[in-house]
Design a binder for this molecule. Structure first.
Ligand code: FA5
Length: 351
């Protein structure tokens, strides 16, 4: 046998006797079989040999390669077993008879519905934006046509922070930043602004079955040339039909007041529990109030740097938590924030 092959085998045997971890073993594998490894180098050199030498040397090198692979894989198995044993020794009182826990977690129903809404809006060309939970008075009120001391501020009992900022009471607080972010593309490239921005909102309200001090909304805006109420109705109807998987869903608008829209509406959907016949859940009216919305007030567009004489738009502020209650038939909003796995387990998908 060729002397260089004999010494490589001896060197490998000696090294493997001293190796104690899998990572050291991986280095050795590279040293012998890697692109620049010693066995690979022997294979590459074969081109310089005569045909007879190549035949006998070639078979010796191949035998060496097999030997190295076999030795490394045997050593790997030994080290893996040792490592497992070490882990088992470290566990005190390991009871192999304890049944395994096969249950796994799931997304919260609010996350599921939020993602569904985002998905539907994305298919309609909307971008999904994230926004801070702590905002300024300007973002939450002034930029939305609600000056200091305006009575509309009483509609939302706000948590103010010591530094003058506040916990956002409505996702509308992101509107101004969204207009400023996308107005150049609107004005220079004619790209309508189409964005939804879900988020957690906070109000100092007494909680009951359908009010919490912490809840989710999803805001949406569309601004461009000739955007009308028809665009608003179409977008809302498409999204709600997908969420409720009901393509006969009826919606209606009623007048509603919000200082940042004109005209403003409350959007109702036909009751999904009784199909519009009238039941206790819809107070026997056949309709459920779901989403305030309207055409963006000219002052709000102006504050966002958009000329209201040239552009129009709609905005809506969907009560995401209420939507979840309706979709899953949750009768008490507090169950959703309770952290109760028993209450939430019914929503686990592919159990
Ligand atoms: C607003 O917050 C407006 N920003 C919505 C809006 C956006 C109007 C854009 C026009 C244009 P309102 O206070 O009604 O409106 O809240 C919107 C929705 O949030 C409500 O319909 C309701 O579903 C939900 N909501 C409000 N307060 C609570 C609460 N305490 N607990 C749970 N959900 C709430």
């Amino acid at each position: 046998m060729n002397q260089s092959i004999i010494s490589l085998r001896e060197k490998l045997d000696a090294t493997l006797n001293t190796v104690s971890t899998i990572s050291e073993l991986e280095n050795i594998k590279v040293e012998y079989l890697g692109k620049k490894g010693s066995v690979t180098a022997l294979l590459k050199n074969m081109g310089s040999l005569s045909p007879e030498e190549r035949k006998s040397f070639g078979s010796e090198v191949n035998a060496l390669k097999n030997y190295v692979e076999q030795a490394i894989s045997e050593k790997t198995a030994i080290l893996q077993a040792l490592e497992l044993q070490k882990e088992l020794d470290a566990v005190e009182d390991f009871d192999v008879s304890v049944p395994p826990v096969l249950e796994h977690g799931s997304y919260h129903p609010i996350t599921l519905v939020q993602r569904k809404c985002e998905e539907v809006f994305r298919t309609m060309g909307f971008v999904v934006e994230d926004y801070s939970e702590i905002v300024t008075d300007y973002e939450c009120f002034e930029s939305l046509n609600i000056p200091p001391f305006h009575p509309a501020r009483d509609m939302q009992d706000t948590y103010y922070l010591d530094n003058g900022q506040l916990l956002k009471t409505q996702t509308s607080a992101a509107q101004n930043a969204i207009y400023k972010k996308y107005r150049d593309a609107l004005i220079n490239e004619g790209k309508p602004i189409k964005a939804v921005f879900p988020g957690r909102c906070f109000r100092n309200e007494a909680t009951d079955a359908c009010h919490e001090n912490t809840f989710f909304q999803m805001e949406g805006v569309m601004v461009g040339k000739d955007i009308s109420i028809a665009n608003l109705i179409y977008s809302m109807k498409t999204m709600l039909s997908e969420v409720f998987e009901n393509y006969d869903l009826k919606v209606r608008l009623r007048p509603g007041f919000f200082p940042f829209v004109e005209p403003g509406f409350e959007l109702d959907i036909s009751c999904q529990i009784c199909g519009g016949e009238g039941c206790p859940s819809c107070k026997h009216s056949g309709w459920l109030e779901l989403c305030p919305c309207g055409m963006i007030h000219p002052n709000v567009l102006k504050e966002g740097g958009i000329d209201p004489d040239e552009y129009t738009g709609f905005a809506f502020g969907l009560g995401l938590t209420r939507l979840v209650m309706m979709k899953y038939g949750v009768k008490d909003i507090r169950d959703l924030n309770s952290g109760s796995l028993t209450a939430m387990s019914q929503f686990i998908e592919d159990k």
